[in-house]
Design a protein around this ligand. Structure first.
Ligand code: GDP
Ligand code: MG
Length: 697
């Protein structure tokens, strides 16, 4: 290891860079010009312990784009001379603006050190820094100095030697939002595929970022049609969605990153003069006391919107599928008893239609979430929730997938991609199915009115949703202390400026997610519907055996069911579920619900052999009331809420975690929790005769 360390000083004009330079090098310096340009180049040397430190004072810049000579000189020096350590001097009294350059240096992935100079001025302004936290958030060592008084010299020199020795920068990654991150990834891939020489020289991610920013110098250096094409396409996509140049959006996101980092680490003891509109809105929306209630209110409005506006089109779709089934039955050439007809109408249209009918709810929910995201509010919501989520060992961002989980676990689990930390992400994936999804709603809608008087219906529903959330919190806490133990690595919660969303952006975001829902209906639900239909239909009983006995259509259906694969499976698991208060009929419906939760309802309908004419929920509810107690009803709902998520969820868990083991773990863990809790509730409830007490009989 040589003992010479090459250090570059970067910073905004007037941050005290030259003063730091003088503090480090004393009189040991020389002045020249950078080759080819008229910008002054100052360099000097100093000794620290046994090291020779060579310092270069770069021209002061706000930015590292290719617009001015100073910027280019600074950038070329850092990129091509490859200093061992880049020290970015920051005027601490103006930290937000000064960090913009720091973020750009982070993007270049160079070995970086930050100096908060003018610490005295900052103190006078009433600024207090949580340096340790800021260091963690940015992944950079930070030294405070007052260069004009030579304070902090030794600490800075020590830190320079240390970061030179460790070599590996632990820099945090700056994120620019899904769209831009995706485009950068695409461009980066094309750079790699085409083996561009520039890719060996500089950080590939940085090159891709600069290309998307339309940096002329890098564009020229690439000289590749493929890259130019990808850049043009990416830029157009961004322009389309945000109605602005990628460069502007990227700058916005950098400020969002900085703003988020400072919100958490810089406190002002004097009243700050705000002028930015985003700041003014944030004063209210991220307010310590008001923030959470406002957020809960907003969520309440969204859920109301989902059900109030979504209610009618859902009904319309249900009617449409009913009408379609009837129409097909009427024109079926081989008559209404055809097996094939039963497959088409009961199996496919019934199964898939039952799911597609909820599309209006889903569209509204996703559109509302897209609007909240695109305006920048979601980032604030995550910011507010961060404090609460930290208490259960999760990150504020975990809360977004959990929220989506109330709609459907599948897109929710995909949304955990925003979580960088693996343990955090796994924990969130495991507990997301406990957010009562839209597919469980039909179960509640059937069972609650069947067993509970009107005055209790709302509260019971509320308790169910709440139970899911509480179990999720407890489970997360336990998981974070056992198999997913580990420190929560803090990182910056970006606070991008508020924007008026574009229609196109909202449509794209809404559609991207809804598409998944429809895909689920068209693939998994379709296959399952056919499978379950077959399992409840075959093997058929030999009707001739019962000739002589006058059996009603319903009795025949009932016999058929006990004889079928699913009916037998229900009987087989009956001993295991009897302690929970369930019989084999509920068992068959539970097996059906493994495929998709909403199948529970239609399956129970078939079990109770309600022929097509009478198939309305009122008759089914009357039958259920006669057969089961309210306690049993409650236990069924509790079990459906907690137990193994549907197959689609298990599939997506497997896909997103990259291992079927996590899917199996999720299945077993949730089913075990459901079993134990339902057992406790049923057994204690039976002893106390709770079921009847609830409804006041
Ligand atoms: P440069 O443009 O970044 O090279 O900035 P200079 O080094 O020329 O400093 C600009 C002014 O800030 C000078 O008047 C310095 O004396 C002053 N200055 C530099 N560092 C500090 C500091 O830590 N505290 C205070 N109060 N003034 C400083
Ligand atoms: Mg200077």
């Amino acid at each position: 290891m040589s003992n010479k360390i090459k250090v570059a000083l970067a910073g905004n004009p007037n941050c005290g860079k030259t003063t730091v330079f003088n503090m480090l090098t004393g009189s040991n310096q020389k002045v020249a010009n950078y080759p080819g340009v008229t910008v002054e180049k100052k360099s000097g040397k100093c000794h620290y312990k046994d090291k020779l430190i060579e310092v270069v004072d770069l021209p002061g810049t706000y930015c590292l784009s290719a617009y001015s000579e100073e910027e280019l000189v600074a950038r070329h020096f850092i990129l091509n001379e490859k200093p061992d350590v880049v020290v970015d001097i920051i005027d601490a009294s103006n930290i937000e603006r000064n960090l913009y350059l720091a973020v750009q240096l982070m993007e270049m992935r160079v070995p970086l050190l930050l100096v908060l100079n003018m610490a005295d001025v900052a103190r006078k302004k009433g600024l207090v820094f949580d340096i340790a936290q800021l260091e963690k958030l940015l992944g950079v060592r930070i030294i405070e100095t007052v260069a004009s008084k030579e304070q902090g010299r030794d600490e800075l020199l020590g830190a320079i030697v240390q970061s030179w020795q460790s070599k590996t920068p632990m820099l945090a990654t700056v994120r620019y939002g899904k769209e831009i991150d995706d485009e950068i990834k695409k461009i980066r891939q094309i750079i790699e595929e085409n083996h561009l020489p520039i890719a060996d020289k500089y950080d590939k991610g940085w090159v891709a970022l600069k290309l998307l920013e339309q940096d002329e110098e890098i564009l020229k250096a690439c000289q590749s049609e493929a890259v130019a094409g990808a850049v043009e396409k990416g830029a157009k996509y961004i322009r389309d969605i945000f109605k602005d140049e990628p460069e502007i959006i990227i700058a916005d996101r950098r400020y969002g990153f900085i703003s988020g980092a400072c919100q958490e680490t810089v406190k002002s003891t004097t009243i700050k003069v705000r002028h930015d509109i985003s700041d003014i809105i944030d004063m209210v929306l991220t307010h310590k006391v008001l923030g959470l209630p406002l957020f809960i209110l907003l969520m309440y409005l969204v859920f109301q919107l989902v059900f109030i506006i979504g209610g009618w089109p859902v009904l319309l779709l249900e009617h449409f599928f009913g009408w379609m089934g009837q129409g097909i039955t009427n024109i079926w050439p081989t008559g209404p008893d055809s097996i094939l007809l039963s497959l088409v109408v009961d199996g496919i249209i019934g199964g898939v239609g039952g799911v597609v009918a909820f599309l209006p709810n889903i569209l509204i929910l996703f559109a509302a979430i897209a609007i909240l995201e695109d305006t920048g509010y979601m980032a604030r919501a995550a910011f507010i929730m961060d404090r609460i989520m930290h208490k259960i060992g999760l990150h504020g961002k975990s809360f977004i997938p959990m929220l989506i989980g109330f709609g459907c676990s599948v897109p929710a689990i995909m949304a955990t991609r925003i979580l960088e930390n693996k343990r955090n992400r796994l924990t969130t994936i495991m507990i997301t199915p406990l957010m009562s999804c839209g597919a469980r709603f039909p179960i509640y809608a059937l069972l609650i009115p069947a067993f509970f008087p009107v005055r209790l219906q709302g509260p019971i529903l509320w308790i169910l949703y709440l139970t899911g959330i509480v179990i999720a919190i407890v489970t997360a806490k336990i998981l974070r202390h056992t198999i997913f133990r580990g420190e929560t690595v803090p990182f910056v919660m970006e606070l991008p400026p508020y924007r008026i969303p574009t229609l196109k952006g909202i449509v794209i975001h809404t559609w991207d997610r809804s598409k998944l829902y429809l895909q689920k209906a068209g693939t998994i639900i379709l296959a399952l519907s056919i499978l379950l239909w077959a399992a409840t239909t075959f093997p058929k009983i030999d009707i001739s055996k019962y000739q002589g006995q006058k059996l009603s259509v319903q009795q025949i259906q009932q016999l058929n069911l006990t004889h079928s694969v699913l009916g037998r499976a229900g009987k087989a698991i009956e001993p295991a579920i009897r302690p929970l208060g369930f019989d084999w009929k509920i068992g068959t419906a539970l097996i059906g619900a493994l495929g998709a939760k909403e199948v529970f309802v239609s399956q129970l309908g078939i079990v109770y052999s309600l022929g097509n004419e009478e198939a309305n929920s009122h008759t089914l509810q009357t039958t259920l009331r006669a057969d089961y107690s309210p306690l049993q009803g409650l236990c069924v709902m509790l079990f459906c809420l907690i137990s193994a998520p549907c197959l689609a969820t298990l599939a997506i868990t497997t896909k997103e975690t990259g291992s079927w083991r996590w899917g199996a773990f999720q299945f077993i863990m949730l089913t075990a929790i459901a079993y134990v809790l339902t057992l406790i509730v049923y057994q204690i409830g039976s002893v106390l005769e709770l079921g009847n007490k609830i409804i006041g009989v």
